[in-house]
Design a protein. Structure first.
Length: 361
């Protein structure tokens, strides 16, 4: 089997707000869907990260990775991953280059699963259950009424845990009062504070019993400060959505920077690199709570990885409603869990008409 084409499709999908408010910074939700065609008619689908810079990520896939992969055997994933990293290191080992490699790697694993006739989680060692617990990851709100409405909607939908992207105590108090004591709450601050400010805010959040405080310190790679903050405030720290490759995660784990590490399969280097991160996390007895606020093949890959990884227990679901889905069949969600798809590879069929409808140049 040989690869005949590798292409990134940049999509812009409208967000609907008919049931609850969910303002999005970029108006439409961008998805980068990676499609790998082979000479035997098997097609693999992946997803690459592109918030804010989707054209840049797509360009790396189409102009840099495509020529180094066409003609290669898509089932030789380890060799192709090594080739992509080695031949792109001149452009940087992290960021956009690694986002592009991530999308291609996911598509290669999809092909391998389809060749074997097995869902991805079976290739990765199997799963203890056929479902993956999820938490609702809310967008950042300015209005207290809107965040209360969104949190209450998530609770009614069956989520047992909710993550806020707020940087104020009032919003946390509002949500805690709205959902009660049984719902787990987390805060993702997105790196706004220096270490002293982060400690002050952590202590102010503490009475509201958050399960973790995510990325509270700028810059996110200041692992020593994250470790010190966790020791001082007594709240578990989560970090890692901005880290690429196993080497950055190794530094994080050695610094004891976080109780939860958060590799993102569409940023870290794909399924191949995510598994390396998971192996390191197990050796440090640290939990994985992956970053996964996306709706395409990357979300499916995350579900398979969580199901097959003993150190992972949650999947993040970005709590917005897209106008349509890239999958022909809807993902099944019930009792706070997503059901693992059982089809070969990633498990669900891609709607090619959806790609044509929402693709932008």
């Amino acid at each position: 089997m040989k690869i005949t084409d590798v292409k990134a499709h940049l999509l812009a999908i409208p967000i609907e707000e008919k049931d609850f408010p969910a303002r999005w910074s970029w108006l439409n939700f961008n998805q980068i869907i990676v499609v790998i065609h082979t000479d035997e008619g098997i097609t693999g689908y992946g997803e690459a990260f592109g918030y804010g810079v989707p054209q840049a990520t797509a360009s790396v896939i189409n102009q840099v990775l495509n020529p180094m992969l066409v003609g290669a055997d898509p089932t030789q994933i380890a060799a192709l991953s090594d080739r992509m990293f080695r031949q792109t290191h001149l452009y940087g080992r992290y960021g956009i280059t690694t986002f592009a490699i991530s999308g291609v790697d996911i598509a290669l694993w999809d092909i391998l699963g389809k060749c074997a006739g097995l869902p991805l989680y079976r290739l990765l060692g199997g799963a203890q259950a056929g479902e993956v617990p999820a938490y609702a990851s809310l967008v950042r709100y300015r209005d207290q009424g809107e965040i209360r409405a969104a949190a209450s909607h998530a609770q009614r939908a069956g989520y047992k845990a909710i993550k806020l992207h707020q940087v104020d105590v009032e919003s946390l108090k509002t949500v805690r009062e709205a959902v009660g004591e049984e719902i787990r709450l987390m805060i993702d601050a997105n790196c706004p504070w220096n270490p002293e400010q982060a400690l002050d805010m952590a202590l102010r959040f503490k009475p509201y019993r958050i399960s973790w405080l995510e990325e509270p310190i700028w810059p996110p790679e200041d692992f020593r400060s994250l470790a010190r903050l966790g020791n001082l405030c007594g709240i578990p720290i989560a970090a890692g959505e901005n880290a690429c490759t196993v080497f950055q995660f190794r530094e994080m784990l050695e610094a004891r920077a976080a109780a939860y590490i958060q590799p993102s399969v569409i940023k870290v280097g794909g399924v191949s690199e995510w598994r390396k991160v998971a192996a390191h996390a197990e050796s440090y007895n640290v939990q994985i709570a992956p970053h996964s606020p996306y709706f395409g093949p990357g979300f499916l890959a995350t579900a398979h990885l969580v199901a097959s990884s003993p150190s992972a227990s949650w999947i993040e679901y970005l709590y917005v409603t897209l106008a349509s889905s890239v999958f022909k069949q809807p993902l099944k969600f019930e009792n706070g869990c997503f059901q693992l798809p059982q089809g070969p590879g990633l498990g669900l069929d891609i709607d090619l008409d959806f790609i044509k409808r929402y693709e932008v140049s």
